[in-house]
Design a protein around this ligand. Structure first.
Ligand SMILES: C[S@@+](CC[C@H](N)C(=O)[O-])C[C@H]1O[C@@H](n2cnc3c(N)ncnc32)[C@H](O)[C@@H]1O
Length: 270
């Protein structure tokens, strides 16, 4: 990982294309019920007082900021991409939630907030796209207040889906991305016009250790979506099957080890 890797990713994410692809892949009607359930769970675990403020770092189009605002919280929603912030602004206007969510441009490589600014923070599906994830962890840890809570959602490199697809693609010679095995996890690098995108399947133990070294301890780890295979199949019946299984796993099992999506709850030591 070098500074130029970070620049290549920032340059690609400054453009709207990848954000539009993410919106069409993940912000689907089928996914809504899962995310609503997941946010009921997140809020249930954190149990913040009414009106508490969350920092949502890497907010994208603000889909999750909106979920928090609808549950009665204020959100400081930040992203380093003007394209993402443009989509977020439209979304907030359409939802009439501009009074509860404040948008701003920030990078995880150096947040402008003073130390110990936030009681609650969310970083959902973001660290996986950050080349210098160690620095991002340091920044997230810095802006949390002692006793502050952080929720991170990442893909798990040891999940059935990640390990199975890795082996299958290797065996079939079908891997199109450049694959790098790093202490932080397995990184898939794709060069595109005007930049590059990294998507890391996290080594969850390593990530937890990084937070721990900044005095931020894991309190709770559960499965998010067991599989994201719904993004790889086109038949509606197959998509429904994956969503049904994800729903079952999240409601009844929630064990994270084999699941692709992992929700990590942290607390900063006092
Ligand atoms: C996959 S999207 C997730 C968006 C949102 N959290 C969600 O789950 O819907 C990742 C977001 O992180 C943002 N991002 C990536 N690296 C970042 C960085 N270093 N600082 C701030 N935002 C970043 C991207 O611009 C993008 O909007």
């Amino acid at each position: 990982m070098s500074d130029s890797d970070s620049e290549l990713v920032e340059s690609l994410l400054a453009k709207p294309d990848v954000h539009r692809q993410w919106s069409s892949g993940y912000r689907t009607a089928d996914n809504e019920s899962f995310f609503e359930r997941a946010f009921d769970y997140v809020v249930g675990v954190l149990d913040p007082p009414a009106g508490a403020t969350f920092l949502d770092v890497g907010c994208g189009s603000c889909a999750h900021s909106v979920r928090l605002a609808r549950r009665g919280f204020h959100v400081r929603a930040v992203d380093f991409s003007e394209s993402a912030l443009g989509m977020a602004a439209e979304h907030l206007k359409a939802q009439g939630l501009e009074d509860r969510i404040t948008l701003g441009r920030e990078t995880l490589m150096g947040l402008s907030f003073p130390d110990e600014s936030f009681d609650y923070a969310l970083c959902w599906g973001v660290l996986m796209h950050v080349p210098d994830v160690g620095r991002a962890v340091a920044e997230l840890s810095r802006v949390l207040k002692p006793g502050g809570r952080l929720v991170v959602s990442e893909g798990n490199m040891s999940s059935l889906e990640a390990a199975g697809m890795r082996r299958l693609k290797r065996a079939l010679g079908r891997e199109k991305a450049e694959v790098k095995e790093t202490p932080a996890g397995v990184e898939y690098w794709k060069e595109r016009e005007g930049g590059a995108l990294v998507t890391r399947q996290a080594n969850v133990g390593w990530l937890v250790g990084q937070f721990e070294s900044h005095g931020v301890a894991l309190t709770h780890r559960v499965a998010g979506q067991f599989s994201e295979a719904y993004t790889m199949v086109s038949a509606p019946a197959l998509k429904r099957l994956v969503h049904g299984f994800n729903d079952f796993w999240f409601r009844r099992v929630r064990s994270p080890g084999l699941a692709f999506g992992n929700l990590l709850f942290f607390e900063k030591r006092k």
